[in-house]
Design a protein. Sequence first.
Length: 331
Amino acid sequence: MELAFFSTKSYERASFEAAASRAGHRISFLEPRLTAGTAALASGFPAVCAFVNDELQADTLSTLQAGGTRLILLRSAGFNHVDLNAATRLGLIVAHVPAYSPNAVAEHTIALILTLNRKTHRAYARVRDGNFSLDGLLGFDLSECTAGVVGTGKIGALVARILLGFGCEVLAHDPYPSPDVESMGARYTSLDELLAESDVISLHCPLVAETYHLINAESLSRMRSGVMLINTGRGGLVDAPAVIEGLKSRRIGYLGLDVYEEEADLFFVDRSAEVLTDDTFARLLTFPNVLITGHQGFFTYEALQNIAETTIANLTAWERGTGDLVRVPQG
Ligand code: NAI
């Protein structure tokens, strides 16, 4: 089967080429993001593969469908970037990789927490410059903290487990509480209580209508002063201008982001020689207590292998009409 592969990055070619060749598929690697403007590149391909910052809105999907595409393979867990109603209307099947390495994202979340707390990113540069002063590097004992985990699915449950291992009191909020997370020692609470009682708040819920801008001026006003806020979920969970005000007022003491609402025009590309035109993002970068990574939570060797294997297995399952295809819920 021929697969058109959008938003190709050099780091993923080897794992996908190996998985495709084992299964007898051929991949055309395309550099552009999949958008309404580039969808015609997939003309004649029965299947396309898309990444998180591709735009799979109705116009893109119509062009794909008109070009003969019938299967959309998302090489991600999240599918908030796909208009699923339009896909269903057009007869397009959408498959994804529900879990490739929840450990990768959970461990990256902890890396952000530890780095922000103990300021190792600043210490690294300081020591290399021959500056051994400790001023400004004061941290706190995580074991004394209350940590709030919003969303205790695959990733949030692992984050809760690691934080419990550090000795934190862990509060959790999820519309579907997990008995496993509870038996580990986390305590489920309302979102209100979690926001009010946590020293560290970490977001691991999906981006859906009800979680859009979950962190906004109003919810920030209910948090502890100096709270550490971590978002490795999706950028749209956080209202970035409100967070900037929260940083300026010191309500937020630490901010760790692996995702950003407007990341589609920023991340995954070397822009070091470009002028940054996103003023909100630029302002975030000016705070010493803000640490941003460019959506690399998933980025481990094990995750890349799993993403390639599952995506290609989805293609094979669809071609053979077996029941193993991992579809997203399309209604
Ligand atoms: P999951 O589906 O296993 O867990 C999500 C949990 O959120 C579920 O337990 C669900 O009940 C809960 N939830 C739904 N609505 C909620 C609400 N309003 N409030 C609180 N909880 C709510 O998903 P998984 O694999 O744990 O991934 C979590 C998120 O992490 C994904 O949705 C994705 O946005 C993000 N992600 C980020 C990556 C990165 O590289 N930074 C990579 C992979 C996923």
